[in-house]
Design a protein around this ligand. Structure first.
Ligand code: AMP
Length: 281
């Protein structure tokens, strides 16, 4: 396994693989890797001859008051995890490598980004789409792997790839959780012991939504209310949103008649955590 920092080095590696007729899978990440990221690498390894992991804390997807400066980083740990997953190449560029002076081009979307995380993070998905487009152009993968944990991101990327005829397959991978249910996240490191305990309510709220839906509830507002009440029992929880949206359009629904996403974002101190479940009709 190799770690490289420049676009030219990635292109040289991938070109050599292509010359041998090998397929390539890409796993884009922001590093501080955990088992959730590893599950993406394992899927990429199973589906491709070679796997590239990008580790880049993308400044463009952070708002001015967000945690860009304090976002956790640990390249040594990340390299060991990638190695153990059989990754072939890590791309770990500096911001200047991807956004050199004079950079002015962006990929923006006119839908799917107004609700959920897009509401409180208005520039977030423009940053995500732009960097993913760049990574797709740099690596030219056959497949790219994204977690269902960031369900809106997955929907946005799928839409972008379809709309702009990008020549790769997007593969979604299930949420990996801690033993007690908390969705694994690089940001869980921000939690104090007390916050960590109370943050369990997120996976419980998501489970509650799934249970109500399985029992036949189709009124989205009834499910949202039940989730909200449960989260509000935790004094340290500050709700950003609890929403039910159409899985494809990411527009709010009143009655669940097509596959929908019950999703939430809640702050505990410094950490803003997300979780979701797909309600399959
Ligand atoms: P991040 O480094 O947080 O930007 O995440 C990189 C990729 O890993 C994204 O596609 C995430 O959806 C995915 N991911 C993060 N946490 C998890 C998890 N707990 N389970 C599955 N995928 C995850």
């Amino acid at each position: 396994m190799k770690t490289v920092t420049t676009v030219a080095e990635v292109r040289a590696e991938v070109r050599a693989w292509r010359a041998q007729g090998l397929t390539v899978g890409l796993v884009p990440t922001m590093g501080f890797l955990h088992e959730g990221h590893k599950s993406l690498m394992t899927a990429a390894k199973a589906g491709n001859d070679r796997v590239v992991v990008s580790i880049f804390v993308n400044p463009m997807q952070f708002g001015p008051t967000e945690d860009l400066a304090s976002y956790p980083r640990d390249l040594k740990h990340d390299e060991a995890l990638c190695e153990s997953a059989g990754v072939d190449l890590i791309f770990h560029p500096e911001p200047e490598e991807l956004y050199p002076e004079g950079f002015v081009s962006f990929v923006d979307m006119n839908g799917l980004t107004k609700e959920l995380c897009g509401k409180s993070r208005p520039i977030h998905f423009r940053g995500v789409c732009t960097v993913c487009n760049k990574l797709f152009n740099i690596v030219k993968p056959d497949r790219a792997y994204f977690g269902e944990k960031d369900a809106q991101q997955l929907a946005v990327i799928r839409r972008m790839v379809a709309d702009l005829n990008m020549d790769l397959e997007i593969v979604g991978c299930p949420i990996v959780r801690e033993a007690d249910g908390l969705a694994k996240s690089s940001r869980n490191i921000y939690l104090t012991a007390e916050e960590r305990e109370q943050a369990l309510v997120l996976s419980k709220a998501v489970k509650l939504a799934a249970k109500l839906f399985a029992d036949g509830e189709r009124n989205a507002h009834v499910i949202i209310d039940a989730m909200t009440k449960l989260i509000e029992t935790m004094p340290l929880a500050e709700i950003d949103y609890v929403q039910i949206v159409d899985s494809l359009t990411i527009e709010p629904v009143d009655v669940i008649e097509r596959d929908a996403l019950a999703a939430l974002a809640v702050r505990f101190g410094k950490a803003r955590l997300i979780d979701n479940v797909t309600l399959k009709v």
